[in-house]
Design a protein around this ligand. Sequence first.
Ligand code: PMV
Length: 327
Amino acid sequence: MGVVASAPAKIILFGEHFVVYGEPAIVTAIDRRASVKIQNRDDHKLRFHSTTLKYVGQFEKNVFKVERGDEREARIKFEPVKQAVESVLEKHGERVGLDIEINSSIPIGAGLGSSAAVVAASTAAAGALLNVKLSREDIFRITLETEKIVHGNASGIDPAVSTFGGAILFQADTGFKPLDAKVDVPIVVGDTGVERSTKAQVEKFRTALQEYPRIVENVMRAGREIVLRAVDAFKENDLETLGDLMNINHFLLCGVGISHESLDRLANAARRAGALGAKLTGAGGGGCVIALSKEEKLQTVLEAIQAAGGRSFTARKTDEGVRIDQS
Ligand code: PMV
């Protein structure tokens, strides 16, 4: 019994880093999901079990006890989910104990929004189990607040994509707009397995901007043009142009020191294998590349990325945001 909810991963198609300085970005949900099952308990504890990470632990009020896995790591992973579930419990009015089981097919710490997907799914599942009516807006807000507290990252891209799904045009001053993108977007995601820190990468970009303001401002202006051109290409179902734009976007990021040799290696392998375009996605410095590919080339591109040392999987844009899968 209990309730199962799930939410999708995200990729940034265009505009990472420049988006921090007010430029537009295009992001999309992909068909890799985090799934969370929540059941009632007959005590007041919140007990977490991540089948993916093999961590088990419980919170009794604010005291955390680990049953399996590294205590510090487990706490860091479970804390945001606890915060979100507690916001739902507050709306519910009565403190009850819950068993929370997390099962995700989204690579962790690779810039694919796994933490926001887990939090959005947990919020929806807790709401459904406790009969607390939550709109998508509510789920977005709770997920965003949690991300802000835990990661200090306020852009809101991950919570928006995990909650609403689909392709989204985002800009700081205008917010989120669903993108007219009926086109299927066949992507191969290649994970370098190289750890990186979003904070350190954002800092690196800031340093480049401070050192060479007139040059990097022009790089960002080019980034904006890429996004504007991509919006049209989506409308026209023009995959070739989207591929070209991905390449240009990648090399702009390379130019300002945001890439990594592992990312360049996987992106090059994808292009050589016939991808229409490839770029790093997210913070760079490690993490993932995305390669856009015609249907008939997907498998070749997937294998080429593997041969170049990456873990790869195919992904598609999905319009399915957070949803209840079983109640
Ligand atoms: O790799 P991620 O998902 O942490 O992406 C970071 C994206 C940046 O544009 C670099 C930062 C941001 O907050 O938008």
